[in-house]
Design a protein around this ligand. Structure first.
Ligand SMILES: [Zn+2]
Ligand SMILES: [Zn+2]
Length: 271
């Protein structure tokens, strides 16, 4: 099926965003691809929540990306003529290990159209000694998934972003996805389904891959388990540049086909 939503877009406001990741370029992309819904989700840490305990890398990344900072996007979005594309202003919100909760207050969450929560930005928020053994790293991501669903803020969470796909992992992150027990994911996804939190299909990892390579992607097993557990999905490009959508139509089509996705498998925000 043709996927006409993308709820994971970074602009050049994100410190890791390319200068080409402009609102204007995204409007052109949305029109070219026939996207009916586009969701902007720059990286974010609420300035009301302390960053004092973060690593220097975590502080350097998150302290500047506060609420007034990401809100610079609002007038830029309003200035474009989006035609038939509906625009959503959200954020990719991380996990605060100190409070075992999300790095956003309910007051701020109220102001946003949607929230993405990664349990896999372990390069930014996980103590270094959790990389080994692999089980420790996996347990850390399970904890984030669970704590997110148990948080009072969970009612604002739209989806878990690139679940279990550890970012900037010093070893092959597929190992961790292969290690995740089926019953653990089933339990997490059943709870996510109950809370209305979707599982993101983040296609950034399969850009330029063939159908056979996509079928081999470790995340495919996780998607199937999530689907069986009743979890809903959203698609995200995790775009950080003007060219990230070059293979979007192919990649989203292949994944939808391999999983046999239908309208009913998607989070209501996508419909
Ligand atoms: Zn992310
Ligand atoms: Zn992202």
């Amino acid at each position: 099926m043709q996927i006409t939503h993308d709820f994971h877009i970074h602009t050049s406001l994100s410190l890791c965003g390319d200068p080409s990741a402009t609102v204007e370029n995204y409007r052109a992309t949305a029109q070219k691809l026939g996207l009916k819904k586009i969701g902007f989700s720059d990286h974010f840490w609420d300035e009301r929540i302390s960053t004092a305990h973060l690593s220097q890398m975590g502080k350097d990344f998150y302290v500047p990306q506060n609420y007034p900072y990401i809100c610079q996007l609002r007038p830029q979005l309003a200035a474009q003529n989006w035609g038939n594309t509906k625009v959503y202003f959200g954020a990719e919100v991380d996990y605060d290990l100190r409070r075992r909760d999300l790095c956003i207050t309910e007051e701020t969450a109220e102001q946003l159209d949607f929230l993405l929560v990664p349990n896999s930005h372990t390069h930014l928020i996980m103590p270094r000694d959790c990389y080994q053994p692999y089980q420790k790293h996996l347990d850390f991501m399970v904890q984030i998934f669970e704590d997110t669903l148990n948080s009072p803020v969970s009612k604002y969470v739209t989806a878990m972003a690139h679940p279990f796909e550890a970012v900037c992992c010093p070893y092959d992150n597929n190992i961790l996805m292969h290690m995740l027990p089926e019953d653990t994911l089933k339990r997490l996804c059943a709870k996510a389904a109950e809370k209305g939190v979707a599982y993101e299909i983040n296609v950034s990892a399969i850009r330029g891959k063939t159908e056979a390579q996509i079928a081999d992607w470790a995340q495919m097993r996780l998607f199937r388990i999530a689907k069986e557990a009743g979890c809903k999905f959203i698609f995200g490009s995790d775009s950080h540049s003007a060219w990230a959508h070059d293979t979007w139509a192919h990649d989203t089509d292949v994944v939808s086909k391999l999983l046999g996705l239908t309208e009913n498998d998607f989070h209501p925000i996508t419909r």
